[in-house]
Design a protein around this ligand. Structure first.
Ligand code: ZN
Ligand code: MN
Length: 279
């Protein structure tokens, strides 16, 4: 096949089988949400961004990117504006957990042993852990114990030096970055056609009491739907974020999956054994 792709679902099955069945090709699975992101961005930001980080990382390490989860767990007032907002379309926790468990089990059935969940939506976090735990437990019962799953959220790779450049006036935490400088800068550098900064709403960072109330009180959410102003976003910040997070993800996966530092393409277990034997 002449078309080069890292997207698993773009392959025909014999090629997919050739890549995956030996167990050496990592599978990266982006997890997002359909969630409002203010007046200036579309609702699939949390899908587009982790998918692009997964694509970049997969290209570097010879992995495949699985089709992303395009719905996620319910938006929380303090990290995504809240689940009451129009457009935000969420799964119950148990649905997400079970769907993730099923998909992990399927990739392992195909032969994959190294997987990475690339998360783009904060609220998915503990449901990812639960889905993985159930999948590993089932696989263990089936006698399969050599599966390794890395879980990461791309923003956790932004180091202090980058934070100082991104937030010269002070950093208020990732939780109120919903629709703010982080996501808007990344979207500006990757998908400028989807961003309309002229529609962005300037407002002070959201402030919340140190507790939650259910049902959620919609008055806690800034009317814009974002939790901090996106007006500090720039293409340059987006490019800095892209390089810092991609580098971080790539080196984490090389370490955890014991990949050679310069592997442009994954090799089969047999081929690697041969290389090792040849010294
Ligand atoms: Zn988001
Ligand atoms: Mn989100």
């Amino acid at each position: 096949m002449s078309h080069q792709t890292v997207f698993a679902a773009e392959l025909a099955w014999p090629e997919y089988k050739r890549r995956v069945s030996g167990g050496d090709c990592p599978i990266l699975l982006p997890l997002g949400s359909m969630e409002q992101h203010g007046h200036h961005m579309p609702m699939h930001v949390d899908v587009l961004l982790p998918t692009e980080f997964a694509r970049r990382a997969a290209t570097e390490i010879g992995a495949l990117v699985a089709p992303p989860f395009t719905y996620g767990y319910k938006s929380h007032t303090k990290s995504g504006g809240g689940n009451h907002l129009p457009g935000t379309t969420s799964l119950d926790g148990a649905t997400l957990v079970n769907a993730l468990r099923d998909v992990i089990r399927e990739f392992v059935r195909h032969g994959a042993r190294n997987l990475c969940i690339v998360n783009g939506h904060f609220e998915n976090s503990w449901f990812i852990v639960e889905g993985i735990d159930l999948a590993l437990r089932e696989l263990k019962w089936a006698g399969i114990t050599d599966v390794k799953i890395v879980v990461l959220s791309y923003w956790d790779f932004v180091h202090e030096e980058a934070i100082a450049k991104l937030y010269p006036d002070g950093f208020l935490g990732w939780d109120i970055e919903h629709g703010g400088v982080l996501e808007t800068s990344l979207m500006l550098s990757l998908y400028p056609e989807f961003v309309s900064l002229q529609d962005a709403v300037e407002h002070a960072p959201a402030r919340f009491p140190p507790y939650d109330v259910y049902p959620a009180n919609p008055d806690w959410t800034p009317p814009s739907g974002t939790l901090s102003s996106p007006l500090g976003a720039t293409i340059e910040k987006g490019e800095l974020l892209l390089s810092v997070c991609t580098e971080g993800i790539v080196s984490a996966l090389r370490k955890e999956f014991a990949l050679p530092a310069d592997a442009a393409e994954s090799v089969t277990r047999e081929a690697r054994t041969t290389l090792v034997e040849q010294g």
